[in-house]
Design a protein around this ligand. Sequence first.
Ligand code: ZN
Ligand code: ZN
Length: 211
Amino acid sequence: MSAITHHIPDSMIAAYASGNLPQPFAMVVASHISVCTECRAALGAHQTVGGALIEQSDEIAISADMKNNMMALLDEPVTPKPVYDAKGVYPGPVMQALKGKPPRWKSLGMGVKQSILAQEGSGSVRLLYIPAGQAVPDHSHNGLELTLVLQGSFSDETGRFARGDVEIGDTDLEHTPIADAGDPCICLAATDAPLRFNALIPRLLQPLFRI
Ligand code: ZN
Ligand code: ZN
């Protein structure tokens, strides 16, 4: 695959390493890390720091058993195998969420489909399927949004995102992602607040994107 240019910020990898990242985001981070050697190394560094803290905590009331268990956890491989499914689209953490079955797509209109993998409180993680040249249906950003490209690529006001790249959007981000020409774009998208797709707006904007 071409080189990944958009990575997970270090602060988010640290939160993931300490188990403090909400589940929907954790799945995106785990998926990115499973295919990105750079972020995998960063995660390793954070886990080493975590391990060193446990090593130093001898004087504190931590039992030897507990310490060993925690060290064993930190030693566990973070990369699920295999990294991708047979078609090379879905990384290990996504395959686990799909339980090895193909996604159950639901149409959002204009050929765009989604498959919700998990919902937890107001957060969710879903797969998005966007035909080449198609814009992502307009949706509001109520919170943080993490989008990992699994196939194809898309472009928006902030840049181009190809396979393995992660876009991080918050309430300040106003963007219209459009799938590039070529393969349909498949993304893994996580939010901590409900995404609200408005079917009417993409319909109105459609003529603009039909270049
Ligand atoms: Zn990375
Ligand atoms: Zn968005």
